[in-house]
Design a protein around this ligand. Structure first.
Ligand code: KIV
Length: 290
């Protein structure tokens, strides 16, 4: 993916817009920009991406933060869960996303097994994603249980986004269900969020958390919360791009809003191509070389 974009094309591709959404394209969004957005009360969007081309579309559409989520396992690599995703896969696809973007802060997920052994393993994995893929930040699951990892990675100068509520890497232990419904679970989630903040995390993803609890966590923290299935009061919202574009097969979770129907668009185009080839109407003279 080339970065040699002419100024005119760049201006045309960068929508005018308030601060974080849209905004300037002459430098990458930083975690300081996100902290200032929280102070202003500005909400912002985050999307996942797993390749350079998709990332470039989101970058040029003004999406300020792109997550190379380990959802790549289910959405891109054909695994059933995020659990099998490896550091090699995460590094290769994160590097592609970084190459496809100029402005967005790219956050790379630390996959399952790349930080659970302890803080040093976590730091090693985070360092690899920064050095080899060029991400601006990493994300890891867990509050208190990942505290030492968060502290050490942050101390090394790598921004950390924490992920609480439903943590898909623990699917075998917790299943896929809304978290924090009981008083005890809600208190634990609040404690986890504060612990992540105290350890130096710059933001906290809240996945599948009751809206009222997510609102309380958002009010209690000075760092931004990024909701997915966590109601409207989070500071930011994230969706998995294949879900919100209608590429994912089957029933979507309740919290997803589908903004496009790419599965149908692409299927229609593939069938039209196949019929043209079978019927001899493609290629035409204008597609040929002489
Ligand atoms: O991997 C991912 O895409 C995520 C989001 C759901 C937050 O962690």
């Amino acid at each position: 993916m080339t970065h040699a974009v002419s100024p005119a094309r760049e201006a045309a591709a960068t929508p005018a817009g308030p601060s974080l959404y849209g905004g300037k394209s002459n430098r990458r969004v930083t975690i300081r920009d996100l902290a200032l957005a929280k102070e202003r009360g500005e909400k912002w969007p985050m999307l996942t991406a797993y390749d350079a081309m998709t990332a470039s579309v989101f970058d040029q559409s003004g999406i300020p933060v792109i997550l190379v989520g380990d959802s790549m396992g289910n959405c891109h690599l054909g695994y059933e869960t995020t659990v099998p995703v490896t550091m090699d896969e995460m590094t290769m696809l994160s590097a592609a996303v970084v190459r496809g973007t100029r402005r967005a802060l790219v956050v790379g997920d630390l996959p399952f097994g790349s930080y659970q052994e302890g803080a040093v393993q976590g730091l090693r994995s985070a360092t690899r994603l920064v050095k080899e893929a060029g991400v601006g930040a990493v994300k890891l699951e867990g509050g208190e249980r990942s505290l030492r990892q968060t502290e050490l990675i942050v101390q090394a100068g790598i921004p950390v986004m924490s992920h609480l509520g439903l943590t898909p890497q623990s699917v075998n232990a917790m299943g896929y269900r809304v978290q924090g419904r009981s008083d005890e679970d809600a208190h634990r989630l609040l404690r986890d969020a504060k612990a992540a903040q105290d350890a130096g995390a710059f933001a906290v993803v809240l996945e599948l958390v009751p809206a009222e609890l997510a609102a309380e966590v958002t009010r209690s923290l000075h760092i931004p919360t990024v909701g997915i299935g966590a109601g409207a009061d989070c500071d930011a919202q994230v969706l998995v791009w294949t879900d919100m574009m209608g590429l994912t097969e089957g029933k979507l979770p309740k919290f997803v809003k589908q903004y496009a129907d790419l599965r149908k668009t692409m299927g229609d185009a593939a069938r039209a191509f196949a019929e043209d080839v079978a019927g001899g109407s493609f290629p035409q003279e204008e597609h040929a070389f002489h």
